[in-house]
Design a protein around this ligand. Sequence first.
Ligand code: ASP
Ligand code: MG
Length: 411
Amino acid sequence: MALIVQKFGGTSVGTVERIQQVAEKVKKFRAEGHDIVVVVSAMSGETNRLVALAKQISDQPVPRELDVILSTGEQVTIGLLAMALIERGVPAVSYTGNQVRILTDGAHTKARILQIDDQRIRADLTAGRVVVVAGFQGVDAHGNITTLGRGGSDTTGVALAAALKADECQIYTDVDGVYTTDPRVVAQARRLEKITFEEMLEMASLGSKVLQIRAVEFAGKYNVPLRVLHSFQEGPGTLITIDEEETMEQPIISGIAFNRDEAKLTIRGVPDNPGVAFKILGPVSGANIEVDMIVQNVSHDNTTDFTFTVHRNEYLNAQQVLEATAREIGAREVIGDTKIAKVSIVGVGMRSHAGVASRMFEALAKESINIQMISTSEIKVSVVIEEKYLELAVRALHTAFELDAGSSHNE
Ligand code: ASP
Ligand code: MG
């Protein structure tokens, strides 16, 4: 018998019929003798609807009141699911974040969980009840309702699993696991049996949308075994663990992530003095613009070019800031490009294998794809390329690293 936290996302509880299906599933699980805590999101579309309602009243809703509104979405689904369970003869009880007491800081709309009181839940489990908890919400030390940021129910699930020392946190969603890359881009993409927290974190921050980044961080920190599964299809899903040894059989690269959300800015003919990088990037971060990749060229004639990427939404802001800087420091010009994409290969296997980056560059060269920028970390290599080659690049890399379904490495 195990203690399992099961989290169901918005599409999994998107209709009454689906809520009934979830109840059936939970009932079956419980019949196997497990203790179960269920965390649910709001019905799909509901949180967006609530945001839109608030915006009809105020362009910039007061965060405290917005949280009061947003938290209602999950309050509806916990009540409905608990009722559906009770209708099936399964003892169940629902709790809001406040009722459990999921204590958070006071950062409305992006609060962090500080502490979870497990007493009430433990008492219910001992009494044989399924406990249904509202995702995405908590309460601060002053009793104000808080929410955890969009997608925050994943974090609630993981945090509850950590607090209860659950045997597993299962995230049920509309895909059957974590894939080597987006199956819409590469038809041969395949589900991973296992992936490490570190790899999952890279994949999530590089654009894979299966799990909320903060939830993965939390799971890694507290070593909560996490499994991504399809809500309504049978299958083992993907296990996310700390265990590198057991994944050693895998290819060097676990996955390929990509995103189209970045834009590139270059300031040219910068006088190359000490402090130049700070002079350029200081005002950018001063304007609250996050910078991703950075490249400074080797200088000649005492001037250099300096290139960095930002989120595409911040492109115009960054360009303005940079133009002011260019005038100030006497740089030649500012140029930019929004039609870029970032492609990254991710894998802990890189630590023990040389030549991974060059294999990546070779695969791109074979397709005549020009690499504009490169950055590396211990378990990742990222390149910036022209956006129109994105899909070609991802496909070529997927094949080059033998990730395609049916390729020799993964039989
Ligand atoms: N309902 C919230 C959202 O849509 C939280 C979640 O689904 O995880 O972001
Ligand atoms: Mg979600």
